[in-house]
Write a protein of this length. Structure first.
Ligand code: PXG
Length: 441
C-alpha cells in the first residue's frame, strides 16, 4: 500500500464537522486503519489513540468479536422497521443495558446519537410532566458549560457559547445553572474536587425565580466532558438530586461520555451513587462501531405513559433507525467484550496510575490546571495572549505528527483512551505530552 492511493484527490467537497476546514485541507490528517489502541495514518504511521476516537471506542479498535457480529448481522437481516415492528436483538439489548443500571432505570428507548438521546430525553420529560397532570411544567434547565449535542434541544440547554450564538434563540423557557468550575479553589484536584457542592443550590434560585410549577426537568453531565473535563465537586450531584426530589423536577443525567466504563464503573450513576430519572447514552454502547444512542428511563416514567387504549401509540417519538439491527448486534457484542474482558474493571484498576501520570505534568510550562476521574484527564494550558485555543491546538498538531491522538477544546487538552490500555500506554501518552509541553512555546 502506498500513501498516494489512499489520499482522495479533492478534499474540498466535504464540509467537515467541528473542524478548521481550511487548516485541515492544507495539511490533512487522514486515518486509514485502526486496531486495538492504535490508528494507522495515511502515511503509514501508528498513532496511539489517547481519546478513544471521540470518547467512544471504549473497547479499542477492530475487536474481532464486534466486527464479526456486525458482519453476521448485515448478512442475516439488514433492517427491520422500527415502528409497530421489532426484532429480537433490540429486546435482548434493552434488557442487557437495563441490567447494567441500579434501581429501576429499566426502560430503554433507542436513538442514533448522543444529540438525539438528549432531545429524546427532554421530550420524554416534558411529555411525562403533562401525562401526570403537571402540564404547566414546560421549562428546561441546563447548566453553563454543558454540552448536550448539537440539536436544537441540546444547544438550548447546553452552555457552550460558540455552539449556541450562531443559531438563533433556541427553545424558549430554558434557564441555566452556574457551572461548577472553581479553579481558584480546586485547581489540580485529584478526582472529585473538594469545593462547590453548594453550587447545586443554584437550582433553588431558579425555582424561586420561575416557580417549581413551571419546571419540567434539569439536565447535567455528571462529568462535563466537551467543555474541558469538569469533575463535579464532592456531594454536588446528590445535592442536585435532593432539590429535584423536593420540587418534582425530572433529573436527567447525560452519560454520553461517562457511560460504559469511562469512570471505572458501568455508569456515573453508580460512581456517584445518584439515581436520576432519565439517563442519556450513546458512543460507548457500540464502542463507536455503529451509530447508536439510547435513553434509559425509570419505571415510573414509563408507567406514566402506559395508559389509554391498548392500540394507541403512547409516545409520538422515534427514529427510522431506532434499534437498528446492525447497531444492536454491535452493542450486544460490545457488552460481551466489556464484560468478558473486564474492561470497566481495568479502567478502575488503572485510574490511580492514570491520575498520578496526569498530575506528573504539574509544573511544566503553561500548565494551569489538571483534572481527572476514571480514565479521563484534562490538562489546561494558559492561553497565548490574544490567541485563545492556539497553544493547545499546536500541541495537538505536534502530538499527531509524533504519533499520539489528543483532543483539545479551547486551551484544554482532553484525554480519554480506550479502556483496554495498559500502564505502558499511559506512560507513552503522558511521556509524549510532557516532552511536547516542555518544548511548547
Ligand atoms: N451529550 C454529551 C455529554 C456529549 O459529550 C453529546 C451529547 C452528543 O453526542 P453526538 O453523538 O450527537 O455527537 C455528546 C458528544 C469532544 C467531543 O471532543 C465530545 C462529543 C462529541 C464529539 C467530540 O469533547 N460529545
Amino acid at each position: 500500500m502506498t500513501a498516494a492511493v489512499r489520499v482522495p484527490n479533492d478534499l474540498e467537497p466535504f464540509w467537515m464537522p467541528f473542524t478548521a476546514n481550511r487548516q485541515f485541507k492544507s495539511r490533512p490528517r487522514l486515518l486509514v486503519g485502526a486496531k486495538g489502541m492504535n490508528y494507522t495514518s495515511h502515511d503509514g504511521r501508528q498513532i496511539l489513540d489517547g481519546t478513544a476516537g471521540l470518547w467512544c471506542c471504549n473497547a479499542g479498535h477492530g475487536h474481532p468479536k464486534i466486527v464479526g457480529a456486525i458482519q453476521a448481522q448485515a448478512a442475516e437481516m439488514d433492517y427491520a422497521p422500527a415502528f409497530q415492528m421489532g426484532h429480537p436483538k433490540a429486546f435482548e439489548l434493552a434488557a442487557r443495558i437495563a441490567a447494567l443500571f441500579p434501581g429501576d432505570l429499566n426502560r430503554v428507548f433507542y436513538t442514533n446519537s448522543g444529540s438525539e438521546s438528549v432531545d429524546t430525553a427532554l421530550k420524554i420529560a416534558l411529555a411525562y410532566q403533562r401525562t401526570i397532570g403537571q402540564g404547566t411544567r414546560t421549562r428546561l434547565i441546563g447548566r453553563e458549560r454543558g454540552y448536550h449535542g448539537v440539536n436544537f434541544g441540546g444547544i438550548s440547554v447546553g452552555g457552550i457559547p460558540s455552539n449556541r450564538k450562531f443559531f438563533g434563540t433556541g427553545l424558549g423557557g430554558v434557564d441555566h445553572l452556574r457551572h461548577t468550575h472553581l479553579p481558584e479553589k480546586n485547581a489540580f484536584s485529584r478526582g472529585e474536587p473538594r469545593y462547590g457542592a453548594e453550587l447545586a443550590d443554584d437550582l433553588e434560585r431558579l425555582v424561586a425565580l420561575h416557580d417549581a410549577s413551571t419546571i419540567a426537568a434539569v439536565i447535567v453531565e455528571p462529568v462535563a466532558g466537551s467543555t474541558g473535563v469538569l469533575v463535579p465537586p464532592q456531594g454536588y450531584l446528590k445535592r442536585l438530586r435532593a432539590i429535584c426530589d423536593r420540587h418534582g423536577i425530572v433529573m436527567i443525567m447525560d452519560e454520553v461520555i461517562t457511560g460504559f466504563g469511562r469512570l471505572g464503573t458501568a455508569f456515573a450513576v453508580e460512581k456517584f451513587d445518584v439515581l436520576p430519572d432519565i439517563v442519556t447514552l450513546a458512543k460507548g454502547v457500540t464502542s463507536g462501531t455503529v451509530p447508536m444512542g439510547a435513553v434509559v428511563a425509570r419505571q415510573h416514567i414509563y408507567d406514566a405513559f402506559m395508559t389509554g387504549p391498548d392500540h394507541a401509540i403512547e409516545l409520538f417519538h422515534g427514529y427510522t433507525y431506532s434499534g437498528h439491527p446492525l447497531a444492536c448486534a454491535a452493542a450486544l457484542a460490545t457488552l460481551d467484550v466489556y464484560q468478558g474482558e473486564g474492561l470497566f474493571q481495568n479502567a478502575s484498576a488503572l485510574s490511580p496510575y492514570w491520575e498520578d501520570a496526569a498530575h506528573s505534568l504539574k509544573g511544566l510550562p503553561h500548565v494551569v490546571d489538571i483534572r481527572n476521574l476514571g480514565l479521563v484527564a484534562a490538562i489546561e494550558l494558559e492561553p497565548i495572549a490574544g490567541q485563545p485555543a492556539k497553544r493547545a491546538f499546536e500541541v495537538f498538531l505536534r502530538a499527531y505528527d509524533i504519533g499520539l491522538l489528543l483532543r483539545t477544546t479551547g486551551d484544554i487538552i482532553a484525554l480519554s483512551p480506550p479502556l483496554c490500555l495498559t500502564k505502558t500506554h499511559i506512560d507513552q501518552i503522558f511521556g509524549t505530552l510532557a516532552d511536547l509541553l516542555k518544548a511548547a512555546a
